[in-house]
Design a protein around this ligand. Structure first.
Ligand code: GLC
Length: 473
């Protein structure tokens, strides 16, 4: 059973109906060191892609350490409060939708609240929608008056975001939707070459402004490249411009090129071939503010998803959908604070986690850094009546891991620092003498030092059991 199968099971177990579920088959053996040269992904196809590949490990080092980021979806759609696709899904006439621009009037520096929350949540970077599919620009631009400084807000909301993130020491990311439902050439560019040229010039121009006017930007997060192909978007030239203006930036793969990392959406799916990946996910079922969406994920689900991403050497970009005034829904705040509190003591098990080779577990997730294994026990065993008859489950509380390969040197609870006694043989590691109640929530992490890379393969012990005879021995 490889990482993906195991994670898929626990993902299904934890998310239930909340997310799409697909974990690709991939070769965990090939993925020991995310971010190292050569483990970076694409087959270089042009001189600029070659240059990106050569600098990838160095540009992405911080990102692999970070593992947890905040995504922010905020726009005119937040005023309606029915998901960011309202314009298209509800077929709103554009002339009416546009009027929202005058009625979008967020309070000053709302982004400070987001950045402070991200910091408390243990997130290391923030990615904000600078322009979503609706076409409204949150930033100052010479190319359209459909932008925050010239409409209701009367100021540059991207500037406020950048300043807020930097004030908290967080890395700055810009989301940018290539698809544009508002620009006159946004659809006809597919069939009208003059329109395509104008629209590509507009798109490259907006990106140039974003890459020029806000200092150092850490991530450029393209989205939906409908309706053009990468050739038609002139995506190579787009990336080349971006890297000329921001040599240290990392870019995703949604302008039709491979970029620096893959972007599984609403699913945890490790990339193949050592390529970097980041799962983006909503906290309820909507990216933009959706008044009626109460399908919130719990802190337990979030901590578990973070661990599953970490065990595959990937990042978790978790979304918030602020209200039109910029304030954050209460459920979002409570959940992120709970996760942040947990990370205060358990961050070692997440930040910088490297891809591991682990069998599935019904009660725990695993992460690793080097030769250290972290057992994220979600469901604490407590007392089992089996302990009355089986020495295996004595003394009272035992956590056992079948098929752990290397030899264990020590174990301790991350929450309290207390060491945990253990026994180990070729079948299993038995952690014994644990408290009756779970020491931590939403998961208790046990740090296990091994004398080699912690590989867990419980399939491998199946043939080893001493089987006595058919029937009871
Ligand atoms: C999809 C949606 C979009 C959202 C994005 C986040 O592409 O169209 O609304 O911004 O996913 O990954």
């Amino acid at each position: 059973m490889d990482w993906n199968e195991s994670s898929r099971r626990s993902f299904i177990k934890q998310l239930g109906a909340a997310g799409a579920l697909a974990l690709s088959a991939s070769n965990s053996e090939a993925l020991r060191l995310p971010g190292t040269p050569g483990a970076g992904a694409q087959t270089p196809s042009s001189p600029s892609a070659d240059r990106q590949a050569a600098t990838r490990a160095q540009r992405m080092a911080w990102w692999h350490q970070a593992r947890f980021g905040m995504f922010i979806h905020w726009g005119l759609y937040s005023v309606i409060g029915q998901h960011e696709w309202a314009l298209e899904v509800e077929g709103v006439p554009l002339a009416q939708y546009e009027q929202l621009a005058r009625h979008f009037n967020p309070r000053p520096n709302a982004a400070r609240e987001w950045a402070r929350l991200a910091k408390r949540a243990g997130q290391k970077y923030m990615v904000m929608t600078t322009k979503h599919h609706e076409g409204f620009c949150h930033f100052d631009t010479k190319l359209t008056d459909y932008c925050a400084p010239k409409q209701g807000p009367g100021r540059d909301l991207v500037r406020e975001f950048v300043d807020a993130a930097r004030a908290e020491g967080l890395r700055v990311g810009f989301y940018y939707s290539l698809m544009d439902w508002h620009h006159p050439d946004g659809a006809r560019c597919k069939t009208d070459e003059a329109a395509r040229k104008r629209f590509v010039a507009y798109t490259h121009g907006l990106i140039r402004e974003l890459m020029t006017n806000y200092g150092k930007i850490d991530v450029l997060w393209y989205d939906v490249d409908w309706p053009l192909t990468p050739q038609e978007w002139e995506s190579e030239r787009m990336n080349q411009m971006v890297f000329e203006l921001q040599p240290d930036i990392i870019v995703n793969n949604r302008n039709g090129l491979e970029g620096d990392f893959s972007t599984p959406e609403q699913e945890i799916k490790a990339s193949e071939g050592g390529r970097a990946w980041e799962t983006c996910m909503t906290l309820n079922d909507s990216w933009g503010f959706n008044r009626g969406d109460d399908n919130w994920k719990s802190p337990k689900t979030i901590a578990s998803n973070l661990a599953i991403c970490g065990s595959g050497g990937g990042n978790y970009l978790l979304n918030i959908g602020p209200k039109p005034d910029g304030s954050i829904p209460e459920e979002t705040v409570t959940t992120l604070e709970a996760v942040g509190k947990w990370l205060d003591t358990n961050g070692k098990a997440i930040y910088g986690a490297e891809r591991g080779s682990f069998s599935w577990n019904t009660n725990a997730n695993y992460t690793r850094r080097g030769n250290t294994l972290y057992i994220h026990q979600q469901y604490w065993p407590g007392h089992t009546p089996a302990a009355d008859w089986l020495a295996y489950y004595q003394p009272e509380v035992v956590i056992a891991i079948g098929g752990l390969k290397p030899k264990v040197k020590s174990a301790r609870l991350l929450k309290t620092g207390e060491s945990v006694t253990f026994t180990q043989d070729e079948f299993s590691l038995r952690l014994t003498g644990l408290p009756l109640q779970a020491p931590d929530q939403p998961a208790t992490v046990i740090e296990v030092e091994c004398d080699g890379e912690p590989v867990i393969d419980h399939d491998s012990i199946r043939p080893l059991w001493l089987r006595h005879k058919p029937g009871i021995s």
